[in-house]
Design a protein around this ligand. Structure first.
Ligand SMILES: NC(=O)c1ccc[n+]([C@@H]2O[C@H](COP(=O)([O-])OP(=O)(O)OC[C@H]3O[C@@H](n4cnc5c(N)ncnc54)[C@H](OP(=O)(O)O)[C@@H]3O)[C@@H](O)[C@H]2O)c1
Length: 183
């Protein structure tokens, strides 16, 4: 599988394994984050470029997307696990890439997880673009004999990798129902 040039936001923590998998299957991968230690750990283990970015800063976000495009000529995939702290970030990424590469086919993989608000996980507000395939990964929880538990880092990364490999527009990792049974 060849993913082309990939940008990853929110991929330096629990998602690090999936980010590494992306790096192994991409032409070039850039992972963005704030914590230099997490970025350094990724760069040590994988063939990946890392950049310091706080994605709540819209100007910096836009500038980083533009720079990545200028350097690599096309962006084929964006993997984004972006928290509620930055509600405009996904729009800014989409809008910026749409202006830069209106004829380039690309994939936007959005990961959604919340321990408290089911609506944050389930809602789809993304406006579709003709040249952009949007895939959503919804993180739930596991119900087991002893009770319920949140997903492990491995399960989250496996779910994201499965979503990248497959054609489904929606991937639910674990279960979202019944929501009141969450840990
Ligand atoms: N369903 C489940 O089983 C499950 C399991 C675990 C977590 N969750 C949910 O998933 C969510 C994420 O948890 P977490 O935050 O602890 O995950 P995390 O993976 O440890 O950290 C979040 C990622 O986003 C990046 N990030 C956060 N804010 C950023 C910012 N302003 N600018 C740039 N990068 C930023 C972090 O990088 P930097 O640190 O470098 O900024 C890191 O890569 C929570 O809502 C949690 O409830 C669900």
């Amino acid at each position: 599988m060849q993913l082309g040039n990939v940008l990853v936001f929110g991929g330096t923590g629990m998602l690090a394994e999936a980010t590494g998998w992306v790096a192994n299957h991409a032409t070039h991968t850039i992972a963005f984050g704030r914590d230099p230690h997490k970025l350094a750990r990724l760069a040590k283990n994988y063939r990946i470029e890392t950049k310091n970015l706080d994605y709540t800063d819209m100007d910096a976000l836009r500038e980083n997307v533009i720079n990545a495009y200028k350097e690599h000529k096309a962006i084929h995939m964006v993997v984004a696990w972006i928290h509620r702290t930055s509600p405009q970030a996904v729009f800014v990424i989409k809008d910026t890439l749409n202006q830069l590469q209106p004829h380039q086919q690309w994939t936007l993989l959005l990961i959604k997880g919340s321990s408290s608000r089911l609506s944050d996980i389930k809602e789809t507000q993304e406006e579709s673009l003709p040249n952009c395939t949007i895939k959503e990964v919804r993180l739930g929880f596991k119900i087991e004999a002893q009770g319920s538990r949140w997903l492990t880092h491995g399960e989250i990364s496996d779910g994201v990798i499965q979503a990248i490999r497959g054609n489904d527009k929606e991937t639910i990792v674990g279960t979202l129902e019944p929501w009141h049974k969450r840990p």
